[in-house]
Design a protein around this ligand. Structure first.
Ligand code: IDP
Ligand code: MG
Length: 142
């Protein structure tokens, strides 16, 4: 029952897709346990995506992720990590399944609208990157 981190990336916020994306999370029966809007500095984007620092797309990704406001979400509920990734779809919108967020709204492999943690370990680290303990609703709170 681990929480996961979701991000509505700058392309999603700019295009006013945040409401629709949050609506999909709610309709899927997942639970919003934390939410804030903020803008990453270049340094913060570099740190968040440090695992990709050797990739050819790293500089462009950092520029993109720090180009405008994002919405960060703590998403809970049964199977939240896998289920949020299912709702997002594959990294490349052109290869993502129909009805996924990336397939419907993504415009390139970089500008793919949303982020999701890939496992329990990264979820924990990524949530802690944005949220203090007291900014996350506890599981028992309904
Ligand atoms: P994920 O977001 O589906 O987990 P990752 O491989 O972890 O995909 O890549 C992180 C982010 O980096 C992607 O969501 C996308 O924005 C960007 N990205 C990944 N691969 C490419 C690429 O080949 N070209 C440009 N950007 C990429
Ligand atoms: Mg990833």
């Amino acid at each position: 029952m681990a929480n996961t981190l979701g991000i509505i990336k700058p392309d999603g916020v700019r295009r006013k897709l945040a409401g629709q994306i949050i609506s999909r999370i709610e309709k899927a029966g997942l639970i919003l346990r934390g939410m804030k809007a903020l803008k990453l500095t270049k340094e913060q984007a570099e740190e968040f995506y440090a695992v990709h620092e050797d990739k050819p797309f790293f500089r462009s990704l950092v520029d993109f992720m720090s180009s405008g406001p994002i919405v960060v979400l703590v998403i809970g509920g049964h199977g939240s990590i896998e289920r949020w990734r299912e709702l997002m779809g594959a990294t490349d919108p052109a290869k993502a399944k129909y009805n996924t967020i990336r397939r419907e709204f993504g415009t390139s492999v970089e500008k793919n609208v949303v982020h999701g943690s890939d496992d329990e370990t990264t979820a924990r680290t990524e949530i802690a990157f944005f949220f203090k303990e007291n900014e996350i609703l506890p599981k028992e709170m309904k």
